[in-house]
Design a protein around this ligand. Structure first.
Ligand code: 1HA
Length: 270
């Protein structure tokens, strides 16, 4: 199964609940779960598998331990043009991961204890929902450490918390506690640290009772509002998938294969 395909992973632990929840844990707690290229590759692999896996209905993304969800890019392997992996190539690969997470037709829930900072803060924002423990701390550091994310980290942030707040986040590089983040709409719920996992699982199970197709279409629709042509393409892809499942769509395919004229007469629009 999917979990077996991820067994060789070093930086990411992949666990399945048995009833539809896939949990991805970034396991570099000694670095506050900062990501290196290998971490991102493993997350990307996991998301590609999850997309195709009919058993996975919801994803939980989290960090090992209670000190941090993720502290962003590992600054110790930051070269002069990006984060340098084993192949020596400097990359900004986390931007590709954002796209994979947005495109995944299943909800991703960030489960945040401790720091969600820098690129780690952006990861939680890109998740569909965020459940935070009382000890969670949120913030950007880019202008302090010589970086910035003008992609989802800026534009999507401003959709979530508004332009003034987004400028405050980036220009001042302050940290905000869980309650402040909740007030800003960055976090869906704040709970005691001991209750973080149970609460997150409750949200997953509640989602899993709902129609997966409705949820996939809603995720695509909410993305489309921010994602331009790429967002429309995702939303339209959901429409095409539904069309392929209809008699009318299948008549076109069958007629082609049977070398006859298609008969769309029974499918007049109402
Ligand atoms: O902006 C981007 C991108 C933009 C466009 C495209 C791609 C991007 C990709 C990435 C990023 C970024 O993520 S830039 C922002 C990078 N991250 C940071 O600036 C956060 C740096 N860390 C901290 O501010 C603090 O460590 C912390 C607030 C998360 C935690 O503070 P705390 O609890 O006081 O712990 P601290 O002692 O600082 O850290 C514990 C250990 O973890 C330290 O190592 P040690 O001294 O024990 O050897 C610390 O160096 C290490 N560590 C923490 N965060 C990172 C890190 N090591 C490398 N990189 C880190 N990000």
């Amino acid at each position: 199964a999917l979990v077996d395909r991820c067994r060789g992973f070093e930086d990411v632990r992949v666990e399945f609940s048995g009833d539809g929840i896939m949990k991805l844990t970034i396991c570099r707690p000694w670095k506050r779960n900062a990501f290196r290229p290998k971490t991102l590759r493993e997350l990307e692999q996991a998301f590609l598998f999850i997309r195709d896996d009919p058993n996975t209905r919801v994803v939980i993304m989290t960090g090992e331990g209670t000190e941090a969800f993720c502290s962003g890019g590992d600054q110790s392997i930051r070269g002069d043009g990006g984060y340098v992996g084993e192949d020596g190539v400097p990359r900004l690969e986390v931007l590709d991961l954002h796209i994979l997470m947005r495109r995944l037709p299943k909800p991703v829930i960030a489960m945040v204890a401790g720091y969600a900072i820098g690129g780690g803060h952006i990861l939680h924002m890109v998740c569909d929902l965020t459940i935070a423990a009382e000890n969670a701390r949120f913030g950007q550091t880019g202008p302090k450490v010589g970086s910035f994310d003008g992609g989802y980290g800026s534009s999507y942030m401003s959709r979530i918390i508004g332009q003034k707040r987004a400028r405050e986040f980036w220009f001042l590089c302050r940290q905000y506690n869980a309650e402040e983040a909740f007030q800003m709409g960055l976090v869906n719920k704040v709970v005691r640290l001991e209750e973080l996992e149970a609460e997150t699982v409750r949200w997953c199970r509640e989602i899993m009772e709902k129609s997966p197709t409705a949820i996939a279409c809603l995720k695509a629709a909410l993305n489309a509002d921010c994602d331009g042509q790429a967002g429309l393409s995702q939303l339209a892809g959901e429409a095409t998938r539904l069309f392929y499942q209809s008699k009318e769509g299948q008549e076109g395919r069958d007629a082609f294969l049977e070398r006859r004229k298609p008969d769309f007469a029974p499918y007049a629009r109402f």
